[in-house]
Write a protein that binds this ligand. Structure first.
Ligand SMILES: Nc1nc2c(ncn2[C@@H]2O[C@H](COP(=O)(O)OP(=O)(O)OP(=O)(O)O)[C@@H](O)[C@H]2O)c(=O)[nH]1
Ligand SMILES: [Mg+2]
Length: 299
């Protein structure tokens, strides 16, 4: 049990987010107008987004009238932020194959995250089949194939330029025949050609649903934490066309800010399920709101 918690918490606390130290310095002063302005600036710069920032400053102002001791300000902010997040709920696996469709813009970390996720499920004793439905670039399916070999997961791929929906069709058949516990599908991320991409995703979904009612059981969106508020725009674009059931927030290790998870939760309300904390296949941790909020305010 202790091992489990260590594993869960350590990766968050290794993040180097500066906001905690800055807030402690700020709250050495009384909470006057200038402090509130500085607080607003700080929270905004940490990527918490304009809505959360405005709400938090207002809530703290009201709180401070009753509880003026600055020592209580950070604990108050932490409680407020923590309350934004629901308990993490990963959907339990459906009767095989449990189908996970993975979306996200180019370079967000789709392929890497798929391998990390597959590796995790394999460690739980589940069999995973991968599908390379990013048929747009040869390198994309090759990258998935290379990783798949490393974790010894079977993969269904096709020629560059072929119809991604056809790959998905074959992959689902193969998953049924092999009795795979999970089928995880990598897709292309050309958001610059939005209409074509969204039609492609819709077609893949139709193919899946026709063969297995209820599939895809999860549609995960991969968001790069270093994109800041742009990540929110990407999420809105995808969610508008393809209902996203959960988010994997990647490259949190490379983000100097860290507050983007709060903005995502508040503005989109889509649960963040996993967090990418590095480039190896071990670097995927469950998103645990309490550990995250602790880490966010660490100095
Ligand atoms: N530091 C860090 N790097 C990551 C993380 N996730 C992915 N990366 C890196 O980000 C780069 C892009 O990752 P990919 O998995 O290739 O992204 P993709 O979305 O599949 O990209 P395309 O196939 O080009 O659309 C790679 O160099 C990964 O190693 C993470 O959590 N932390
Ligand atoms: Mg890829």
């Amino acid at each position: 049990m202790l091992q489990f918690f260590k594993k869960l918490i350590r990766p968050f606390s290794k993040m180097r987010w500066a906001i905690g130290a800055k807030l402690r310095a700020l709250f050495a002063r009384p909470l006057d107008r200038a402090t509130c302005d500085a607080l607003e600036q700080l929270l905004y710069e940490a990527d918490l987004g304009p809505k959360v920032t405005a709400d938090l400053v207002e809530a703290l102002r009201i709180h401070a009238k009753e509880h003026p001791d600055p020592a209580g300000f950070i604990p108050f902010l932490k409680t407020e932020i923590r309350a934004l997040f629901p308990e993490r709920k990963v959907s339990s696996l459906t009767s095989p194959p449990h189908v996970i469709l993975v979306t996200g813009v180019n370079g967000s970390g789709k392929t890497t995250s798929i391998i990390k996720l597959a590796h995790r499920y394999q460690q739980e004793g589940k069999s995973v089949l991968l599908a390379a439905a990013d048929t747009f670039r040869a390198a994309a399916s090759q990258q998935l194939a290379t990783w798949a070999e490393r974790i010894q997961a079977p993969i269904i791929r096709s020629q560059t330029g072929s119809d991604p929906a056809a790959v998905v069709f074959d992959a689902l058949n193969s998953a049924k025949t092999r009795k795979s516990d999970l089928l995880i599908i990598d897709t292309a991320g050309r958001l610059q050609n939005k209409t074509a991409l969204m039609q492609e995703l819709a077609k893949m979904r139709r193919v899946l649903t026709q063969q297995v009612p209820g599939a895809p059981h999860e549609t995960l969106l991969i968001l790069d934490a270093t994109m800041g508020q742009n990540a929110l725009d990407q999420a809105r674009a995808f969610h508008q066309f393809t209902p996203i059931t959960g988010i994997i927030l990647t490259k949190l290790d490379g983000s100097a800010k860290g507050g983007i998870a709060v903005a995502i939760q508040k503005e989109l309300g889509i649960p963040i399920l996993w967090v990418g904390t590095g480039e190896t296949m071990e670097d995927l941790i469950p998103f645990d709101p309490a550990s995250y909020v602790d880490a966010l305010f660490n100095d």
